[in-house]
Write a protein that binds this ligand. Structure first.
Ligand SMILES: Nc1ncnc2c1ncn2[C@@H]1O[C@H](COP(=O)(O)OP(=O)(O)OP(=O)(O)O)[C@@H](O)[C@H]1O
Length: 636
């Protein structure tokens, strides 16, 4: 879960220009067309058929009426029958195309949603870890993701609604032209108030969305916090639900106030549109009556025009509402465009030679590194050599740069200065993907996938096609096989109670699963960042005693705050403020009486003092004075 974004003051209302409005509509049409060209074309064809159907039906109304009058005057009914048949056919075409549009609308919404999310995922997966430290990238990604979650269906719905209304209006207007061109021209003036009400009302809605977007992120974050599983325990333990709910209410009230203001402005725009369009319709009706009384129009023509005017006013109203609501989905177009515009910058060229699979030596040469946006160097002038097959421990106080160095070695960040060389070749000259395949990293904050246990291990090397034996072997090595096999559905159990028959694990058990994931990856360099933070005493001891056997012929970089557990490493590197201040084996570092000796003694003194009372303390963990045998959950 991300931290709550700071709420910047809402941007000043700024009405989009006509050009922007047209661009928004064109952008929306472009997205829907790309999402599903076939469905888009089908809907367009159905719209055209509906427009033609409306035109034909209206013309036939006039034919039906004049034939009816003629039949009343004693002429035959054959003309009447023909007109009624065409009228019915036109209506059938309207009804079928309507049903078709309704049906396609659902699939078009889904496809648009899929397309939009797919584009976001495509671009997001191009991003490097470094990009996730960039607030602009993060902000755009979050906005695009939030828009993609709710707006595609709304956008498709309103585009189709406007399209349908416009085609029907066009069909009705052409029918009007065929009856009387002057009335048609007067009726066309109705576009003016409709434009004012539809587009300006919509723009007011767009302003509202612009103003509430920053607080929307805050609102969603608070809601997620109050409803998600992970924060549930702390929120209850600290009793913060009320405080957070009040914050959520404040944000909501602010939003409601802005909405009320927008609605009253929009109401005025709609009122202008309704009064204006009705005035035009009334004027047209007046002209119609005059033309009828002066004998220019027959009774059948007059009735037809009256019917057309009625339909026109209904459909124009629909256009106003559709346009108003279309602007609600406009942020999607803007957010998606902003995010996708980052693609060229994110799509780095694949450079470097593919890595061959094993190495003799890694050399970190005078490396300095500062995170993006940070002036402070997390690493400064770090030089060290790692020989194949060594077990190297990295120790140091919080924030000293251990994880940062591990990330650089894993090829997740490039050094800001200096170089990391693998058998003399700089990492920058090696294809990043192939180097990463040669490294297995167990991070402090590893992912707890809400997926079956088996997949949780297989994701250590997703492309590796091997049988269950290999998965179990990795689990056994990590001491996870015992408890995973006992789960209700064994390795098929989903490791989260949020899913049916799913089950959670303890933190230590999770750590073993994550270890199994790292074991499953057949990599020459293994980086274990605090692999035993949640392990019990037995498991921790067993892990460090067997690291050498488990990783025979591999190189291990071990980060740990437990000094008792790193003492068996071939070399211990001590970091302080991003610099290597000491290195050597345990005995030489103790003899040097520097930072390592100080930290080790500090931890050991806790152990010794408490061991007098029958309890031994190592680091932040209580353990019995004598470390017992291997865990019964499987050999570590
Ligand atoms: N993504 C980041 N953006 C900016 N600064 C960061 C980032 N990650 C870490 N830092 C900073 O870099 C420095 C080194 O952090 P690092 O995580 O490497 O320390 P560490 O030695 O692993 O600490 P710990 O023992 O607490 O895990 C710290 O000052 C930290 O605040």
């Amino acid at each position: 879960m991300t931290a709550p974004p700071d709420v910047p003051p809402p941007p000043k209302p700024q009405r989009p220009k006509f050009r922007d409005t047209i661009r928004l509509v064109a952008g929306a049409v472009g997205i829907v067309k790309k999402a599903s060209p076939r469905d888009f074309s089908f809907v367009m064809i159905a719209d055209v058929i509906q427009g033609i159907g409306v035109f034909a039906a209206l013309i036939q109304v006039q034919q039906v009426l004049s034939n009816l009058i003629k039949a009343n005057d004693g002429a035959g009914t054959s003309g009447l029958l023909g007109a009624v048949t065409v009228f019915l056919c036109a209506n059938v075409a309207i009804v079928i195309s309507q049903a078709f549009i309704n049906n396609r609308r659902i699939i078009l919404s889904e496809r648009t949603s899929m397309y939009v999310s797919g584009e976001i995922l495509k671009v997001a997966s191009l991003a490097e870890l470094d990009d996730f430290d960039d607030s602009t990238f993060h902000d755009r990604l979050q906005r695009a993701s939030a828009s993609a979650a709710v707006r595609p269906a709304q956008m498709v719905h309103n585009l189709i609604r406007i399209g349908q209304a416009l085609f029907t209006v066009a069909g009705s207007w052409v029918a009007l032209v065929t009856v009387n061109v002057w009335i048609a021209l007067v009726a066309a003036v109705v576009v003016v108030p409709i434009w004012i009400g539809g587009v300006r009302g919509g723009e007011q809605h767009f302003d509202f969305i612009r103003q509430t977007t920053p607080t929307d992120r805050n609102r969603n974050y608070l809601f997620e916090l109050l409803t998600a599983r992970e924060p549930a325990q702390e929120i209850r333990a600290f009793n913060t639900a009320r405080y957070l709910t009040t914050r959520w209410h404040d944000v909501m009230s602010h939003r409601l106030n802005l909405m009320l203001r927008m609605l009253s402005k929009r109401f005025r725009s709609q009122l202008i549109a309704s009064i204006g369009s009705n005035a035009v319709v009334a004027l047209t009706a007046g002209i119609l009556i005059m033309l009828n009384l002066s004998g220019v129009l027959t009774l059948a023509e007059t009735a037809t025009v009256a019917g057309i005017l009625l339909l026109l006013s209904q459909r124009l109203q629909d256009t106003v509402m559709g346009t108003n609501e279309f602007f609600e989905s406009a942020p999607l177009i803007r957010d998606l465009k902003d995010f996708l515009a980052m693609e060229p910058a994110l799509a780095r060229e694949v450079t470097g030679t593919p890595y061959a699979g094993s190495f003799d030596r890694i050399e970190v040469r005078d490396v300095a590194f500062a995170y993006r946006g940070s002036r402070r160097r997390a690493l400064d002038g770090v030089s060290l050599t790692i020989n194949a097959g060594e077990v190297i421990a990295l120790v140091g106080e919080n924030g000293s740069g251990k994880t940062t160095l591990a990330k650089l070695l894993a090829g997740l960040y490039p050094p800001s200065e200096g170089a990391i060389l693998v058998d003399g070749v700089a990492l920058s000259g090696i294809e990043a993907k192939s180097w990463r395949e040669s490294v297995a990293v167990l991070f402090q904050n590893f992912i707890r996938y809400a997926l079956p246990a088996e997949e949780n291990i297989r994701l250590g090397s997703a492309e590796k096609q091997v049988g269950m034996d290999d998965v179990r072997a990795a689990a056994r090595a990590a001491g996870a096989d015992g408890f995973l096999a006992k789960l209700p559905n064994s390795y098929e159990t989903i490791l989260s109670p949020q899913f049916s028959e799913g089950q959670d694990l303890s933190l230590g058990q999770w750590q073993r699963v994550a270890l199994a994931r790292a074991f499953f990856r057949d990599a020459p360099l293994v980086i274990l960042d605090e692999p035993s933070a949640s392990l019990d005493a037995r498991a921790e001891r067993a892990l460090f005693e067997s690291v050498r056997d488990l990783y025979a012929n591999r190189t291990v970089l071990l980060i740990s705050h437990r000094f008792s557990t790193v003492r068996t490493a071939d070399r211990i590197i001590v970091l302080h403020d991003g610099q290597i201040v000491e290195h050597g084996d345990h005995d030489s570092l103790m003899a040097a009486d520097g930072l390592y000796a100080e930290l080790f003694t500090m931890q050991a003194s806790g152990f010794l003092e408490d061991s007098l009372n029958g309890v031994a303390l190592v680091g932040d963990r209580v353990r019995p004075p004598v470390v017992p045998d291997m865990p019964d959950t499987g050999a570590l």
